[in-house]
Design a protein around this ligand. Sequence first.
Ligand SMILES: Nc1nc2c(c(=O)[nH]1)N[C@H]1C(S)=C(S)[C@@H](COP(=O)(O)OP(=O)(O)OC[C@H]3O[C@@H](n4cnc5c(=O)[nH]c(N)nc54)[C@H](O)[C@@H]3O)O[C@H]1N2
Ligand SMILES: Nc1nc2c(c(=O)[nH]1)N[C@H]1C(S)=C(S)[C@@H](COP(=O)(O)OP(=O)(O)OC[C@H]3O[C@@H](n4cnc5c(=O)[nH]c(N)nc54)[C@H](O)[C@@H]3O)O[C@H]1N2
Ligand code: SF4
Ligand SMILES: [Mo]
Length: 802
Amino acid sequence: MNEAATLSRRTFVKGSLAGLALAGAAGSALYGCAPKSEDGAKDGGAAAADEIVYSQCVVNCGGSCLLRWHVQDGKIVYAETDNVGDAAGLQARACLRGRTIRRWINSPDRLMKPMKREGKRGEGKFKEISWDEAYQGIADALKNTIDQYGNEAVYMNYGSGVSSATSRLFPRLANLMGGYLKSYADYSTNMMQSGMPYTYGDKCNPYDSVYASSMSEAEKSDLVIMFGNSPADTRMGGANIVYDFAKVREAGAKIVNIDYRLNETSSGHPDEWLPIRTGTDAALVNAIAHELIANDQVDKEFLDKYCVGYDEDTMPESAKGQNKSYKDYIMGTGYDMVEKTPEWAAPITQIPADRIRQLAADIAAAKALFVVQGWGPQRHNNGENTSRAICMLPILTGMIGKPGTNTGMREAEPGGILGSMPKGENPVKTAINCYQWLNAADHGEQMTAAKDGVRGADKLSTGIKFLWNYGGNCISNQHSDINLVYDVLQDESKLECIVVIDTVMTDSAKYADYLLPDAMRAEQMHMAANGYAEYYNGVVVGGPAQDAPGDAQKEYDIVSGIADKLGLKDDFTEGKTQEQWIEEIYKKSAEKDGNMPSWDEIKAQGHYKRELEPVIGLADFVADPAKNPLETPSGKIEIYAERLAENAAKLELAEGDVVTPIPVFDPGYLGYGSTTDEFPLYASGFHYKSRTHSSYGGVEELNQACRQQIWINDLDAQERGIGNGDKCSVKSPVGEMLIEAKVTPRIIPGTVGIPQGAWHDADMAGDRIDKGGCINTITPYHPSPLAKGNGVHSLIVQVAKA
Ligand SMILES: Nc1nc2c(c(=O)[nH]1)N[C@H]1C(S)=C(S)[C@@H](COP(=O)(O)OP(=O)(O)OC[C@H]3O[C@@H](n4cnc5c(=O)[nH]c(N)nc54)[C@H](O)[C@@H]3O)O[C@H]1N2
Ligand SMILES: Nc1nc2c(c(=O)[nH]1)N[C@H]1C(S)=C(S)[C@@H](COP(=O)(O)OP(=O)(O)OC[C@H]3O[C@@H](n4cnc5c(=O)[nH]c(N)nc54)[C@H](O)[C@@H]3O)O[C@H]1N2
Ligand code: SF4
Ligand SMILES: [Mo]
């Protein structure tokens, strides 16, 4: 152990004992750079106590885990995570990613200087410029864009890398200049956001706890069915859902985990795994529905009282007497006139008919059924229908709004208690789906409401000409079809100016015209609420723990600098520093909340957490549907959504795309039945434990611990002569990548699985073969039928030994 490490170990003990008191006594130290030490003493006898600075891991995995920086001489020496507060449950303890964050913060790859592109877009060649040149250049480009094309030509790209009360500040500046093209939905829940409001009402979105139950509610259930939901992969961190899920298993419910791979959550419990072909969950639901109907096991009373469209009894006038009910569809008397028996579903789902019958019987016998879906099943080109179909299981059995049940949505999470920096009013009302930005850059003028999901106008008046990309890697790495992205962005007459603000050289950053180095949250005063943790509300305030490296600056100062060149600095800042904004936002939120500590207290404590009661999805509606109707036209659960039938009639769909008023199984683009001799395997992505998307993808230790590998079943591997650890080529209709094989029985035969988010690494002017194993090299760009979203888990490929 070297001297520095010894020192930090020793002072760590002292610091952790004295941490709270010290922070309390020296509240001001939470702001500026850490003082040398409290008493000025240097090590060499009495060790200096570490300064404890509170911050968070802010990437988009939902944890928002607490970091307690140990700071000496203005430098972070050590990071601990949450070890304060109620050890029984309220500790937001970081996962391995968060615990390696110093590798990222102190990485030699940190961006240090503002830069301007020199080579071709995507080539990654830049020259250093001064901040003044950057501000002026960007201000000019912004102004010219608006003068020439109007405000609709300005766009802020999706980016989820930073959660904080003072981040993503570009909208505030753009609104001061007359606004920008808006976006709706997100890359996480795009298809679900579009489909579910037709069933559960306009306000139904995956982030509203009214529509789902807390995971802890499953402790009261006797049968928990999880569709593509793996908290141990995607809800890590001490205060996250994985924690609640552990208690669910202890409580003893039978758990069925439906996934194309044996995910981390059921790892060690293989009996819980029900393998299914990717993208076919709705077919399984259909067959279960068939059994429940055939055996008279549906809750007809619930369906009649709370729902529309199960059978003729509750069909809306416009669809009566036409065999358009859900029951008609399932029993083979409507739509495709095919009876959805387990024998029908077996070859589609790869689940034997007997196993489907057993599951249906278990569901019928359950006293409290808890059905929950992750967002994997909906991240397919048929995801709108799949998310609605999964919710049919609790609907058919009336297992909604009661103890131990869930609506079929992902588990609930409470909203945050913090406001954020006001964005102002955007006078532009036109919006695109966030996934449509590349189309809008390529041929925006041709995009319409009916064909492309443009909202707020019938069509776009211009393509995107100015793209702002902060804290996101969705230009290329996280978008799809990176080869197409490269081609479109080569043409500088289309997208004229791209600004990227990040901390390291990402693949998206290579497309920047201006590439700006950001200070990380540890390097500035930070404030944010809790993440997706379901059972507490909280806030963290603290920092900076150390200075940003090189000339990196915080986003607030970057946007202020550009505003200054436009004569808008005072309007943007209102004469306040970021620290003053944070104080103001906190105080306003605390006033509204009533329970939060005072500003002085939170500064001293660094964090605040409040335990919450678990919730039961749609409990109010079920208790009193007249008093608490849903925001559907009927006020009820709409199994048959008349509105969707009407809206579908107005859509111009791509060939083969389907939108239906009831949740049917349709394979969707590149779904079941689409494999060919050239691409004989299905492939899907999943969110991986070594990264949060592409964030932490540069930490070598994590890459070594959890290798980037394609999961392939022994049968598929043998057929191709592929052994564990072999380098493989994976080809899809749009690209090729190289990746190591993980040959395993933990994946269903016929489907391969690729962890999403690895860093793209290809010679784009050469063979374009990605050596980084980035799945978006091979995902086509095909917005889904209704949402116009990213159904990127639908994919066909060939795999060969490289
Ligand atoms: N094929 C496929 N594609 C997918 C998905 C999939 O399942 N399959 N998942 C999709 C989903 S759900 C999502 S949410 C998106 C996520 O896509 P992104 O929102 O792009 O998420 P990240 O890849 O984590 O990128 C976050 C970026 O923020 C940067 N960052 C982190 N901290 C800071 C900071 O302090 N300042 C600045 N300026 N930058 C910072 C990181 O370096 C990183 O480049 O990906 C989507 N893409
Ligand atoms: N470690 C880690 N945690 C994360 C993230 C991360 O990148 N890394 N990303 C965060 C973000 S922004 C989001 S949006 C969430 C994402 O959370 P999810 O969208 O739920 O994550 P996925 O891994 O896409 O899908 C969940 C599971 O569904 C399975 N699956 C995929 N397709 C199907 C299907 O058709 N049917 C069935 N039954 N299963 C299927 C996958 O194998 C996976 O195990 O996670 C968050 N948490
Ligand atoms: S990556 Fe997520 S779970 Fe891990 S420390 Fe960060 S916020 Fe917590
Ligand atoms: Mo996401």
